[in-house]
Design a protein around this ligand. Sequence first.
Ligand SMILES: Nc1ncnc2c1ncn2[C@@H]1O[C@H](COP(=O)(O)OP(=O)(O)OP(=O)(O)O)[C@@H](O)[C@H]1O
Length: 267
Amino acid sequence: MTAAVELAGVTKRFKLRGRKDPLTVLDDISLTVPGGGSIAIVGLSGAGKSTLLNALGLLERPDEGTISLFGRETTTLPERERAWLRGKTIGFVFQQLNLLSGRSARQQVAVPLLYEGGRSLRRRYRLADEALRRVGLGERLHSKVSELSGGEQQRVAIARALIRDPRLILADEPTGALDPVTAAQVMDLLFATAREDGRALILVTHDHHLARRADRLYTLDAGRLYADQVRTEQEIIPLDQRLYTGTLRELGPRAGVDRDFRHGGGR
Ligand SMILES: Nc1ncnc2c1ncn2[C@@H]1O[C@H](COP(=O)(O)OP(=O)(O)OP(=O)(O)O)[C@@H](O)[C@H]1O
C-alpha cells in the first residue's frame, strides 16, 4: 500500500548572516507514515520542528531528499503544482491562527472553499457550520473572531483546516490554548479524522501526554529524527526496570526530554 507520507534523505540548510557555513536544520531525515496513521514529533526549541512541518506542508523545499505525499513526489514539482497540491491535500493547524478578526466564525471557516469554486455561498456556509459544530462551536457561527476566546479561536482554525477534507493534517501545538477537556475532544477529532480513508496526522507538540496518543513518537534533535525506542522496550521491560537496563543507560538522557521519551539513535 502507498504510504501517506514518505521522506527520504531530507536535508535543509539556512544561510546565517555573518556566518560562512550554513546551518543544517534538517539533517538527512527519512520517515514513513502509513495511511491511517498518526505520528507525533517532540523536540526542544530550535530543533527544526517548524522547518520540518514547512517542508511537509510544501511551504519550503528541502535542499536535498524527496518528500512524497500519497505516492506523489513533490520536491521537483513546479511551484504552481505544489500550491495546488497543498490546498487540495493538506490541512494546517499552526500556532499562528491567521484569522481575520472582522469576519464571523462561519466566514473564516468557509474561506478555503472560495478557492475551489463550484459551490454556492449557501452550500459553503452549510459545510462551514458543520465543521464548526464538530469542534463544539455550533452556537457561535456568527460570532466575530474578536468576540471569541483564545481556545474558541483555535477551534475555528481547526474547523477551517478540516473543511476541505484534507488527506494530511499538519498540526503544530493544536491544543495549546485549550482546557484539558476541550483539548481531548479536539484531539479525538483529529486522530479520528486521520484514521479515516487512509489519511494521516503529523503532530508537533511539547505536550508529551498528547504525543503519546499518536501511533508513533519521534524526537527531533539538532535536525536529526530519532524513532521512539522506549515504546518498543516497554513491551519487553517493565516500567520500573526500564531505567536500569544497559540499553537505556547507553542511550543516556537528553536535556529537556521527558524520561519516558528517551530514545535511541535508530532512524
Ligand atoms: N529562514 C530561516 N533562516 C535562518 N535560520 C532559520 C530560518 N528558519 C529557521 N531557522 C533556524 O533553524 C533552526 C530551527 O528552527 P525551527 O523554527 O524549525 O525550530 P523549532 O523546533 O520549530 O523551534 P520552536 O519549538 O522554538 O518553535 C533555528 O535555529 C532557527 O533559528
